[in-house]
Design a protein around this ligand. Sequence first.
Ligand code: MN
Ligand code: MN
Length: 409
Amino acid sequence: MMDEVTRRTLLAATATGGVLAAAGVAGAQTNQSVPQPQRPGFGGTNPGPRNLEQERQNPNLLVPPSTDHGTLPNLRFSFSDAHMRLTSGGWTRQVTARELGISKDIAGVEMRLNAGSVRELHWHKQGEWAFMLYGSARITAVDPQGNNFVDDVGVGDLWFFPGGVPHSIQGLNPDGCEFLLVFDDGDFDEDDTFLLSDWFKHTPNDVLSKNFGVPGSSFAHVPDPSELYIFASTVPGSLDSDKIAGAKPVPQTFSHRMMAQQPIKTKSGTVRITDTSVFPAAKTISAALVEVQPGGMRELHWHPNTNEWQYYIEGQARMGVFGASGQARTFDYRAGDVGYVPFAMGHYVENTGTTPLRFLEMFKSSYYADVSLNQWLSLTPPELVQAHLKVDTQTVEAFHKQKFPVVPA
Ligand code: MN
Ligand code: MN
């Protein structure tokens, strides 16, 4: 029986290989419809098993630039490859250190709340930074000093809840919301947070009665935590109607309108930087929202303070990462993908599509910082630069003293 299966598998593989090899030869001569891992003088066709759809999406993995060399860890993971948790009120999925092993300091979660649906009142050890991707939501929180926070957020708005601060999120009309959550710990697990219903379920009834000064029977109908977490509910009234009478507001707001910030603008794109200088509450996470027009590129640079965790919002890109000691590797990204750049490694992000590219650069840091290769070289004595690169005077004079995060400038 085993022999029969093996024989048939081999026959099938040989047949498929023959067809693909023929297609590869034709492809090289007439069209690029079946990409092959080869460039002139190197590589060969791939007649064996392959996930062609995935390889088409990752041309720089299949045929790396000849400048790629050595071994770098994996720096890409797609939310499309992450497990979906479906609930009565929406869904969620996460990319953590369990999915993208290199990311020890940051984890990300995508969450969808249908209109009226609620992410249950909860808290966690980690700080939570969020970017609204779709629709609108009402968010609430209370800080340790008893100050209260309620706000409505829309596309492009942020929030930040410090570790331990209890909060909730609710989808509004007409179609709820979707958002990205970014946590300042790669081991974060969205399925492991402190839920309101969970604590009630695991506290003796007489203790609840004594704590709140009401009869124990008052809590007879608290649902099982499995029924909440993300659950369907009714859309709330106006924001004003949800304000608590007599409550003092939090001294530093937990929400921020990122799109209202004046961006850094170049001919090829824009950058909005949000850190504690403009959003003081976000003490452990800083961010840059980068837009790159077709043909443009986030310039060669690195970050002098920490690792970079990226989330791709729209368009498509490739990122080349330089890891010292001759190591360099190139990865492709699309909407919904996560990228990562280890501390201090040089990199560029190039728009490889025909539509605008938008992505977030995220850092576990109170401040944003980058070093521009172009600016560094233009602010260094030109003779010194020429002695290194053996370039002519005109070339050195073309470098920019001003920083242009997106090029061509
Ligand atoms: Mn949370
Ligand atoms: Mn960067």
